[in-house]
Design a protein around this ligand. Sequence first.
Ligand code: ADP
Length: 240
Amino acid sequence: MGALLKCENVSLGYEGDVVTKNINFTVSSGDYLCIVGENGSGKSTLIKALLGLKPQLSGNIEFCGGMAKNEIGYLPQQTLVQRDFPASVREIVLSGCMNRCGLRPFYNKDEKKLAHDMMRRLDIEPLTKRCYRELSGGQQQRVLLARALCAARKMILLDEPVTGLDPKAANEMYELIDSLNKKDGITVIMVSHDMNAAVRYASHILHVGRKQLFFGTKDDYLTSKTGQAFLTVMGGDENE
Ligand code: ADP
């Protein structure tokens, strides 16, 4: 499968302070890349850099194979404030279409159809008229994922997508993401501190610290010193 994204010698930081450096990886069409590492190691910063939102101190982030930056759907890490957002499910999903054409009060027929298709695909069609803040955490994450897919469907970036969800809702969310990857062919890049999920679903692992500690296939990660040490600390189990 062709490469969609290449990162070469990327260093990231804030106001000159280096968070992580020497990041090198390639994402090909159909991959499911999990970005793992200790808290504060720069995983979210890397995701934001891929979106062009945070300072990249040096190196090269290149989209290729017909991929452009605005073809990425993004599911940010949820905060309590975001969970209280006063809008309908339909309004939130439709707002994903702004990525293509900018902010405006009306949406055209194609955009409405797209939003409807995404709500159906993610099993939230019955919630269309409900207020977002009245939904469960799992339903809210599906709404935000549908919104991200309205923005773009070639590649999705997910930052800790199960934060705050109970184990059942978290598992459903992971299964949904896996199905988008396997059935719909969407390339996935997911930040996760949940090593069981990384081990279960990822095709590739990028482990970041002050510098890149590992990039390769999941199987190679599981037999690497870095992978084995981190799994011991984080409690992931390749047999689960
Ligand atoms: P992770 O996602 O791996 O937990 P982050 O990418 O959120 O880590 O943060 C990496 C480091 O960058 C942390 O030390 C954090 O405090 C710092 N950081 C994150 N966002 C900012 C910001 N907007 N300004 C300055 N420092 C930041």
